[in-house]
Design a protein around this ligand. Sequence first.
Ligand code: T4K
Length: 428
Amino acid sequence: MFSTLKKRLPQNDPVLSMPSEKKRWTDLAVFGGQPAFPEKLHVGRPNIGNRSRVLERIDGVLSRRWLSNNGPLVQELEQRIAEFIGVKYCVATCNGTIGLEIAIRALGLSGEVIVPSFTFVATAHALEWLNITPVFCDVDRRTHNIDPRQVEHLITPRTTGIVGVHLWGRPCEVEELAGIAERHNLALLFDAAHAFGCSHHGRMVGNFGDLEVFSFHATKFFNSFEGGAIVTENGALAARARAMRDFGFDPQDDVSGIGTNGKMTEVCAAMGLTGLESLDEFIAANYSNYKQYHAELADLPGIRFPSYEGGEKSNYQYIVLEIDEAVTQIPRDQMLEVLHAENVLARRYFHPGCHRMEPYRPRFPDAGLRLPVTEMLAERVLVLPTGTAVAADEVSVVCEIIRLLVAHGAEIRGRLADRAARAPPALR
Ligand code: T4K
């Protein structure tokens, strides 16, 4: 899945070709040069489908005066998503986090639940919010996903479930996790926030475990401004989730149990329905950027590049590099500093790992021993901008900055260190 990139750069001093100028490492913006980009290049710039279609749909929402509470657009979106994934039930929610909380409660989880630490903190918070202890499991070195070989060691009499996260849209080892869940009579759910439109062994993500939860946040491959969905084949679970989303009201208008307000609005559904019509365009843009990043960074020593599984559907939403400082001579965080100065707002998702965040940190004084892969990845991963808002020539410039960084890693690191040492004490 990953390829280690070993080929050496040419020994001559490379120059960075910007659209309008050539730049040496000494001209980097971090040392006072002009930034490569006049405006910030973000990770997670939203994909927006046909604007006039969104506005038309929103106009209809206003005319109908039906703004929320299971309106016609939400119902249509649920139906379209269920068809797209190939599942029986889809319950749209106001965001992925509330979707996770509802799903966890609908499954009746309690006590301890096993979850990776290398994920967005919402995965862990959804459990903690419900007074369930997230028990952090290490991830697989190659896939960045929860390592099924470690899961069984973490099961105790208090364990009620496993949450897998399809990180970067690459599916977990679902069969292995399902086997463990079955052997130990545990619930299995997937945080599929990154994996809308992805497949595993030819089946769409959304079909695995007891249920799966998507996020349709603005930064996701497919967005509904804010939003999410629980998908499942289990009718009883779907009915419970549907009631919980609406304060516990059942179809007879009786409150059948505890609930919250997790409803998706009609305006969000309007955006979602319109985005669904442009999925191919979003994938094409991401795929093209992914291929280009791969081709342009493919010779760099000390950089590992995740490849998406051939033959499977993917949304190619995350461009993830692993920086091996021992080879690049410049740590990931200094690379980030240089990129940010150039207005490339790369991200270090998911640093430092949930186990090093509050309220979890005090429970993991020995994290280095228990979560070595998570600890290593949290120090190495760098996520680059992509999506429909990022053009091919911009990808080229980002790649050139990274090539320059790797070619002159030690020099840039040294100069940054000198500068820090000379800074007045308050700035250090
Ligand atoms: N599980 C996993 C595995 C997740 O990754 C997430 C969310 C969830 C669960 C929870 O799902 P939701 O409850 O969010 O539906 C962002 C997102 O806020 C978050 O949704 C996402 N994961 C996470 C990976 O990324 P931040 O802290 O990076 O957000 P922020 O505000 O820094 O935005 C990221 C970049 O996107 C910025 O550079 C600017 C750009 N951006 C953002 C927004 C909102 C735009 O250009 N336009 C926009 O409208 O968390």
